[in-house]
Design a protein. Sequence first.
Length: 317
Amino acid sequence: MSALVASVLLCLVSAGCYAAAAIAQERVAATGEAGGGALLPLRRAGWWGAVALTCAGAGLHVVALAFGPLSLVQPLGALTIVFALPMAALFDRRPVGGAGWRGALLATAGLAGLLSLTGPPRAESLGSAQRPVLTGVVLACVAALVLLARCMRRPVVRGVVLAAAAGTAFGMASVFTKAADEDFEAHRVGALLPALVVIAVLATAGMLLSQASYRGAGLAAPLSTVTIVNPVVAAAVGVVVLGEGFRYGLAGGLLAVAAGAVAAAGVVVLTYRSAAGEPDAVAREIVVTAHRVPAARVPDLRPVGARGTARSATTRP
C-alpha cells in the first residue's frame, strides 16, 4: 500500500470517527432536553464516548498528515458532514431529505475548495508576545458569541452561533498545538507549558460548546458550522499573524472567497432546513405527550338527573 493510499484511508476513518462523535453528542443533547445543567453531559457515558471518538479522529488525522500532503488531508476532513447524515439516517432512522443533502454537499465542497487553496505553512511561528494577545482575542470572541447565542430565540440559530464559538475555540487550539509542537522540538519548556494550558482550556471549551450547540438544533447545521469555522479560523491566523497566503496569488484569494461563500451557503441551507423542521417536531412531541398522559378526571358535581339527561343527549350510536 502506497503512502498516498494510506493517507486517504486514514482520512476517511478519521472523518467517520468525527461523524460518529457528533451523532453521539447530538443524542446526549436530545436526551438531556429536560434540564440538568450545562455539566449534565459529563455524567453521560455517551458523551465520554464522543470525546474518545473525537480524540481518535484527531489522532488519525495527525497520522494521515505524516503519510500525505496537507493539500489532500485537510480537504478530506470536510467529509465529516457527508458521513454524518447517512450515519444518522441509518442508526437513528431520521430522513436526510433533498435540502439536507444539498446543504451538506455545498458546505463540504466549499470547505474542501477553501482548504485546497490554502498555501503551504511557513517557517514562522507564534512569538512570545503574540500568544497572550491571541489568547485574549479568542476568549473574547468566544464569550461574545456565547452571549449572542443567549439572545437567540430560535434553537437552530442559537445552536449555529454556539457551534461557531466551538469552532473558534477548536481552530485556535490547533494554532497553539502547532506552536507547542515547535516549542517541544526546540526544547522551550518555558513557552511549552503555557501553550499546553491554553490548548486544554480551548479544547475543553470547544467540546462543551459543541455539545450545547446540538441541543434543540439537530445534527447537520451545528456540525457543518463547527467543521467550517475550525479550519477557517486557523487559516485566518496563519494569513494574518504568520504571513501565510493562498495559492495562485490574487486569483487564489478570489477563489478562496468564492469557496467560503459556497460553504456559508451550505450552512444557511442546513440552518433553514432544521428551522423549518422545528414546528413539525414540536407538534409530534405534543401528540406523543397527549397520547401518553391520561386526561385529568374532573368530578361531576351536577345532580343525578341532570347527569343522565346530559349523557343521553350526547350519546351517539
